[in-house]
Design a protein around this ligand. Sequence first.
Ligand SMILES: [Zn+2]
Length: 251
Amino acid sequence: MLEIHQFPCLSDNYGYLLHDPASGETAAIDTPDGAEYLRQAEAKGWTITQIWNTHWHPDHAGGNKDIVAATGATVVAPQEVERLTSIDRVVAHGDTVSLGEFTAKVIDVGGHTHGHVAFHIPEAGIAFVGDSVFALGCGRMFEGDPEQFWASLKRVRELPPETTLYCAHEYTQANAAFALHADPDNAALQHYAEEIADKRSRGEPTVPMGLARELETNPFLRADTAEMQQRWGGNTPAETFAAIRAGKDGF
Ligand SMILES: [Zn+2]
């Protein structure tokens, strides 16, 4: 049974340590803050043996050097992470990565950055999606184009709906405010937004989130629905996605 240790990092990132008790292996999923990751691992009695980066941004790979220096961990990352740090194993869509007996599939979710990847572990029903998909949101489109980003979101949609998604930021409350503006008649979304407000008022995380619920409520994952196309325009789902993304950027 995989153990997932989630903790806040930097101002609004989540850090994740993924531990396989049978093999003793531990993977750091992204590295917003190397020192904090090392402290968290030590408190759990785990040694980080691998780093899995989702993309090159400093709040995702900036802690690699400190963790490698302290533990000798192996860095598994998409090529673009070379901008920031050395990589032991470059991975791309379709590759697999092992943690003990568990296997993660690497999925291309480019759009926030060109080379962004997610790690899906089917046996555990979980996926680490970095800044591609957030609860009720998606990452800003810094490097990709709408066609690329939409294709990536479709790949996330195709995961089993019971999959639990671990995204990298607590942006949910702001995302919910925009989602209600983007899709005002969605009853499932209204209910979800109330739950989110309650959780945040108690200081609780809204991450991870279930894919099934995101499929019903996340405006970016719903860009090809009739409701979204009517409200946001666009002749293709990618164009509708682009309109929603631009709407969020200016919200
Ligand atoms: Zn990012």
